[in-house]
Design a protein around this ligand. Sequence first.
Ligand SMILES: [Zn+2]
Length: 396
Amino acid sequence: MTERLYYDDAYLWEFDGTVTAVRPGKKQGTWEVALDRSAFYPTSGGQPFDTGKLVFPGGEAGVSDVEADRGGEVWHTADREIAIGTKVHGVIDGKRRTDHMEQHGGEHMLAGAVWEKLQGITIGLHLGLEDSTIDVSLPGERTHLTEEEIRMLEDTVNERIRLDAPIRCWFPDPEELASLPLRKAPTVQEHVRIVAMGDFEMVACGGTHPSSTGRIGMLKVLSVIPAKGKARISFVCGGRAAAVFQKYMRCADKAGAALSCPVEKLSRAASDLKSRLAEAERKACRFETKDLLELFRREESAEDLKGIALAAVVTEEKDARSVAAAVSDYIAEKGKLLLLACGERLTFARSEDVKIDMAELIRRVGRGGGRPELASGAGIPECVGVARKILMTEMK
Ligand SMILES: [Zn+2]
């Protein structure tokens, strides 16, 4: 069984050990190396593995994955084979681990606050590349939190972070374990390791934690969504929370500059802009509809088509709502037939009293379909001329 050095010192980035076993890795060109002692954290409890390297006389091997087996052996996936008995110097990527400890430590604080303030039971932690999530089972099977509840949880956790309370991890004997006020019962029976953060969180955990709550930095909830009957809380801590703040501030500053207003007035300015834009679009649409209707009337053929006014119109692309409104106005009158190409979009339409199938006609000259009185589709503008010729020939 590998001696786990991170149990005693979560900030131990370098250590010495001896290779006790080697076997081929899961990927081609990799080997799994077991050591008698290691500070590398193997994936477990939602916290991902450490990366780093193993340095030995005459070379070094990169460590890209770390796993523990059921027997408690820690296996390091190395990109070089290392012989059994080799003395190695392990070097851990401290930046990656610090980030994991900030997220993991914050998760404890959040789960503790969720339990204390809302009687919510945290089911599991997922520590992702961007953010982390916990699934919380809330009383009454609630799957959401109010804005006030989210802010209350953030404030509670951040106040406790600022208190910089010590975080302590230890293996209590069974008697002591039975007396501890744990947030939830341990999932293992033996070698139960306890983490206590000040006096506001105490639970069994085998993970790595910062040495005090202050080193979690800060916590920010990003979202709460329903997931499998639970409330899934997504959050960031420490350096990630600072990065999110910087990103959001940059976006807000840019948006504020674009709308010429301070950040605090952004949402008001954005909604004002949205309604002004909608009004302008409505006005533009009214004008375009009027122009189109006039165009249809100008293009009506003077030839006698058994009393039907035929308008064959080719124009550039127009706003779809304006086209629909103008076409509908045009065919509301009796005896009208319209063959329209706006860019590559065809609209063939006719009044109720004109008994010609527009859907069939559009299929004869282009692609599309619809109802006998109104059909639309795609084709080249010349389709309008072709359709007109068909009608002129067949209606004689
Ligand atoms: Zn933990």
